[in-house]
Write a protein that binds this ligand. Structure first.
Ligand code: TMP
Length: 195
């Protein structure tokens, strides 16, 4: 079973991804936890370039680098894990590209969807949890976080738009409140997928 956690920067999804993986493991399931971009030797190197505040690149190059990292992670880690019946919990996946590059950068949802599905060979999460409603960004922004308030407003809106387009797969999770309260909302949104 493949689950991704998504949302704007600083919404708390990395904490929740780790807690979800822990809860699933406690029930005896094999869980592979990963993050995007990253999770492979190549992916971590591409991540360093993409987030380097000193790096400059055009929007299309940026989109293709995210896609390259995703292709590697899917082939080397996610597809083999799914094939042996493990759960995969991924901190960001295709929807980050749809929102950040497709909507916020303005490259278009359909072209980014096509590039991303080419990268993953069609692999998509069974459920995507979009956390929203808070901003706990710290004060040392990486290249993406430094993209400006307008850009991040488009990102926040873009995730809501995406959830409305694919309500079955993409579920909105209110990220306000305590870590435990948010975790409980996540559990509820996965109830029908649990063994
Ligand atoms: P994070 O893993 O710390 O959230 O940082 C990843 C940053 O990269 C974050 O700002 C979102 C951005 N991003 C994209 O713009 N497109 C993508 O496809 C992915 C996976 C991340």
């Amino acid at each position: 079973m493949f689950v991704s956690l998504e949302g704007p920067d600083g919404v708390g999804k990395t904490t929740q991804a780790a807690l979800l993986a822990e809860r699933l493991r406690a029930t005896g399931l094999e869980v592979v936890q990963c993050r995007e971009p990253g999770g492979t030797g190549l992916g971590e190197r591409v991540r360093a370039v993409l987030l380097d505040p000193e790096a400059t690149m055009g929007d299309r190059a940026e989109a293709l680098l995210f896609a390259a990292a995703r292709a590697e992670l899917t082939e080397a880690v996610i597809a083999p894990a799914l094939a042996r019946g493990a759960w995969v919990v991924c901190d960001r996946f295709i929807d980050s590209s749809l929102v950040y590059q497709g909507l916020a950068r303005g490259l278009g949802l359909e072209s980014i969807r096509a590039v991303s599905l080419f990268a993953t060979g069609g692999v998509l999460p069974a459920r995507t949890l979009v956390l929203h409603g808070v901003d706990r960004r710290d004060d040392e922004p990486d290249r993406m976080e430094a993209a400006g308030a307008d850009f991040h407003a488009r990102v926040a809106e873009g995730f809501l738009e995406l959830a409305a387009l694919e309500p079955d797969r993409v579920r909105l999770i209110d990220a306000r409140g305590s870590v435990d309260e948010v975790a409980a909302r996540i559990e509820q949104a996965l109830e029908d997928l649990r063994p």
